[in-house]
Design a protein around this ligand. Structure first.
Ligand code: UTP
Length: 227
């Protein structure tokens, strides 16, 4: 199986902004098993807390939204570098910065790592575009909630959905932020790409680094996007 795993940056930092080294290590161990089993993988890492710290400072200093996005893009690439270090030899040694480059990198049979690509989107769009480019069998979105809820999960009575259509997802996320650092679960680019290429997608809780392997085995966790 060829899979793309998007790791939300929020999974990598604690509340004080410290990097959760053991989390990175545990994910790397899990990826090792997946590769040993003969699967291939692209991992897209989000910006998380440090991206938001930089973006907020830059915005106060008068930066344009595009400049703010570029900060997020670069921080996400730095986060991806951490995985490159943890994965060692099984990783393609350079963080891939374009989809063109991804097409070449994937030929080497290594785990390919990416952060951000272009302004105006989030790393969820990067993951969707990567999945489209490498014709992935599965796009896994590891985030810090259990899946997609029928309304804001902080509102009492919100119900987690086992499956959603792209239209339902767009409706649920309507009105989500589109400023740098404020994209939500899925941004409009990600939704469009997943829809047009009918990419099998699962959104699930990545706080447990074992979950993505369960998702790859077909376990019914998180929320599946159905086409
Ligand atoms: P993300 O918002 O995707 O990071 O990227 P994240 O950590 O995955 O977010 P959470 O924790 O799951 O919510 C950080 C910022 O980098 C910029 C955007 O401003 C984005 O908010 N970015 C990222 C881009 O502009 N283009 C990209 O291709 C990727």
């Amino acid at each position: 199986m060829r899979a793309v795993l998007k790791l939300g940056g929020s999974l990598l930092y604690d509340d004080t902004g410290r990097i959760l080294i053991n989390m990175v290590r545990d994910y790397a161990k899990g990826v090792d098993f997946i590769i040993e089993d003969g699967h291939s993988m692209v991992i897209v890492v989000g910006g998380g807390r440090p991206a938001r710290v930089f973006i907020s400072a830059a915005r106060q200093l008068g930066a344009s939204e595009a400049q703010c996005d570029w900060l997020g893009i670069k921080v996400a690439r730095n986060n991806a570098e951490l995985f490159c270090a943890a994965l060692g030899d099984i990783a393609y040694p350079k963080i891939v910065e374009t989809l063109d480059e991804l097409e070449t990198a994937i030929q080497f049979g290594k785990v390919v790592l990416m952060g951000g690509l272009n302004p105006g989107q989030s790393t969820n769009a990067v993951a969707a575009l990567a999945a489209e480019t490498v014709q992935a069998d599965l796009l896994m979105n590891a985030t810090n909630v259990d899946g997609v809820y029928d309304r804001n999960p902080k509102i009492s009575g919100a119900k987690k959905l086992d499956a959603v259509t792209v239209d339902q997802l767009s409706e649920i996320l309507a009105g989500s932020g589109t400023r740098a650092g404020e994209y939500k679960l899925f941004d409009p680019v990600a939704i469009r790409v997943v829809e047009r290429s009918k990419i099998p997608t699962v959104i699930f809780n990545g706080n447990d680094p074992l979950n993505f392997r369960q998702v790859m085995k077909g376990a019914r966790i998180g929320t599946r996007i159905v086409h």
